[in-house]
Design a protein around this ligand. Structure first.
Ligand SMILES: Cc1cc2nc3c(=O)[nH]c(=O)nc-3n(C[C@H](O)[C@H](O)[C@H](O)COP(=O)(O)OP(=O)(O)OC[C@H]3O[C@@H](n4cnc5c(N)ncnc54)[C@H](O)[C@@H]3O)c2cc1C
Length: 460
């Protein structure tokens, strides 16, 4: 039987689309590239959703009005955002949680150690894996047909209309289609081409780790761009975090994050600092550090802290390199001791006495140092000292398909009548660059739900 709506993908955006299309009365087939045990894409790694709200709500404290949310987004994207679509996602984040709960998602207050998020972000009880499992259960109950190990490798488009998708030699037709198959972050060849070769002759992408699923290879994105779909964003823009250099190549998830950057200093392989570690609160800055490390030689850097910082950040899975003196630490890291010590001595000498408070933008800063450390600058002088090697960890890429408030894929500026897009595949419409925690799931939920509704309507 030909389904009304074909949903390609198996993460949050695809599930939201499938559930909404089914609720609207459409028959739905969902194709997930991953085997069942790896289903859910990057969504399975998530923890929270950034939500606008005008007053305290169950797990959310205080208020986070639309305007403040928008200003936060404007700031992190440097204006590379579509205001109408951004506001649409923001407003939807204020009223989607009842629907999510109806499909089995539970929320909990923000975890201790995740700084400053209790006001802005609602945490999923059991994390993204529990959210994804709840949606799959609900989808099965509602009669959504789900196929695993079903990677779509080709898509047929005729004059901007979806015709069929191919899984190997099998051709699958449907009246309408939602593509929600993530970015291309797991396609290492594509990343290599996008990032190119640097002035040192390195191919930086060869040293990137992928924080999430190995199944987001951008096959559909490439297919659709080749079929003439309008693009949004830049292939080199991605959400990139500095993660533990010992993390696995795929699926390391959030536990590979190293969250002590703002409490210490970060040096590169030459023992030099290269950016203000205390520029802003960590949730607003963690996503720029992957790119900063990617620009360093060998795509490697080291976060250095002393005993005063220990216990003040989410503990990494693996212990850091520990030493009783800074010179010993430099030796253990294989760094030139004199260079490293010059950097640390200069930094320590530049730290101004202030009132240290990691919960506010405090007045502990350096003076006369380049680059400055503008908050939480305390001398690194108390043994034991710790270091964590950092590598760039790609979360998701921003190159995507251009869309509008109906989530239709555009061809030559015209919206398709029966092809819709959601999640990472179109997040670049809202996030031209930068990131603020929890907005990925806000975009995926808003546009996934719209895409599902629109596809059901188109199928009718
Ligand atoms: C470690 C980590 C932590 C994160 N934490 C958060 C957070 O707390 N809050 C937040 O808002 N965002 C977070 N994000 C970002 C968030 O994961 C994404 O914004 C969001 O999950 C995107 O949803 P999606 O459905 O578009 O993609 P995904 O969830 O990645 O789903 C894509 C799906 O498409 C499938 N697929 C790919 N290619 C094909 C194909 N050819 N055929 C069929 N299926 C295919 C994949 O198998 C996968 O199931 C995090 C990401 C990572 C990696």
């Amino acid at each position: 039987m030909i389904p009304d709506v074909l949903v390609i993908g198996g993460g949050n955006a695809a599930l939201c689309a499938a559930l909404m299309a089914r609720e609207a009365g459409a028959s739905v087939l969902m194709l997930e590239a991953a085997p069942r045990q790896w289903r859910g894409g990057n969504s399975g790694h998530t923890r929270n959703l950034r939500c606008m709200h005008d007053a305290p709500q169950d797990v959310l404290t205080d208020a986070y009005p639309e305007e403040e949310y928008w200003q936060d987004l404007l700031k992190v994207t440097g204006g590379q955002t579509n205001e109408a679509l951004a506001r649409l996602a923001i407003r939807a984040s204020g009223n989607c949680r009842d629907w999510m709960c109806r499909h089995g998602v539970h929320f909990q207050p923000s975890l201790s150690g995740t700084l400053h998020l209790s006001r802005t972000n609602a945490f999923f009880m059991g994390g993204g894996k529990a959210l994804v499992n709840a949606y799959y259960r609900s989808a099965e109950r509602l009669g959504v047909a789900i196929r695993y190990d079903a990677a779509v490798d080709r898509i047929e488009i005729k004059r901007g209309r979806f015709v069929a998708a191919w899984v190997g030699a099998e051709r699958i037709t449907a009246k309408a289609c939602v593509v929600a198959a993530g970015g291309f972050e797991s396609n290492r060849e594509w990343l290599r081409v996008a990032w190119g070769q640097n002035e040192r002759g390195e191919w930086p992408a060869d040293n990137f780790l992928i924080r999430g699923t190995r199944y987001n290879r951008g096959v559909l994105l490439k297919e659709l761009l080749q079929a003439g779909a309008d693009a949004i964003g830049d292939a080199t823009q991605a959400h990139m975090v500095a993660i533990d250099a010992r993390a696995p190549l795929y699926d390391g998830g959030i536990c590979t994050r190293i969250d002590c950057v703002s409490l210490g200093v970060v040096v590169n392989r030459d023992g030099q600092r290269f950016y203000d570690e205390g520029e802003d609160f960590w949730p607003k800055r963690y996503a720029i550090w992957g790119r900063l490390v990617a620009q360093q030689a060998g795509q490697l850097a080291y976060a250095i802290i002393d005993a005063k910082a220990a216990g003040r950040f989410m503990p990494p899975v693996f212990p850091g390199v520990r030493a009783d003196s800074l010179t010993e630490l430099a030796r253990k890291l294989g760094l030139k001791v004199d260079r490293f010590m010059r950097t640390l001595n200069d930094y320590n000498a530049a730290c101004q006495i202030g009132h240290f408070d990691h919960t506010v933008l405090d007045d502990c800063r350096t003076s006369g140092l380049t680059p400055a450390k503008t908050h939480w600058a305390r001398t690194i002088d108390t043994a034991p000292f710790f270091a964590y090697a950092l590598k760039p960890g790609v979360t998701f890429t921003y190159l995507g398909l251009k869309t509008d408030a109906s989530s239709a894929v555009h061809f030559d500026g015209k919206p398709s009548e029966n092809l819709f897009v959601a999640g990472e595949m179109m997040a670049g419409n809202v996030l031209g660059k930068g990131y603020t925690a929890g907005v990925g799931m806000a975009i995926g939920t808003a546009f996934g739900r719209i895409a599902g509704t629109q596809a059901a309507q188109a199928a009718r």
